[in-house]
Design a protein around this ligand. Structure first.
Ligand SMILES: [Zn+2]
Ligand SMILES: [Zn+2]
Length: 160
């Protein structure tokens, strides 16, 4: 699979088996590596991953912080801009959903092979938290529909 070698894969067998076990997360995935993974996002920085996975009384919890800067085109005025994102997330890791009476929990991450692809998870968490409309600023005025001028840079004479 394309880009596999870049992913941060965490082996969980010991974590699932030993209560009290903790693994620290301190990883960086470079912008080039992120781009090689595909997707339409453009990365303007490396992605930092910090946190830990802990087995407390048999419950394996991942808590981590992800930070990365994305390069966007504004949905309204098409100007390019960069925005820094930082999120703190918590997930419960399970080896099968049966363990939990089959109840579906949104925060549960299924790790059937005792392995977690943290890069993949961080990117999907990031995508889920991005707004559907990405604007360079909240009050972006957009482009004039007649002359195409970027109205953030000043008005035009259309419609006067
Ligand atoms: Zn804009
Ligand atoms: Zn105009």
């Amino acid at each position: 699979m394309k880009g596999c070698a870049f992913n941060v894969i965490i082996q969980l067998r010991e974590l699932f088996n030993v209560e009290g076990q903790t693994v620290k997360i301190d990883d960086t995935v470079s912008a080039e590596e992120l781009s090689a993974l595909g997707g339409y996002e453009q990365y303007a920085s490396d992605m930092r991953l910090l946190g830990k996975i802990a087995n407390r009384a048999g419950v394996v919890t991942l808590s981590y912080a992800v930070s990365v800067t994305l390069r966007h085109l504004c949905d309204r005025c098409s100007e390019e801009f960069e925005r820094e994102y930082g999120y703190e997330l918590t997930h419960t890791l399970v080896t099968s959903l049966e363990d939990d009476g089959g109840e579906y929990e949104e925060d549960y991450i299924l790790c059937p092979e005792n392995a977690l692809d943290l890069t993949e998870l961080a990117l999907s968490d990031l995508r889920l938290s991005l707004p559907t409309k990405i604007l360079c600023r909240e009050d972006c005025k957009g482009l004039c529909p007649e002359c195409g001028k970027n109205l953030n840079e000043g008005g035009c004479d259309c419609g006067k």
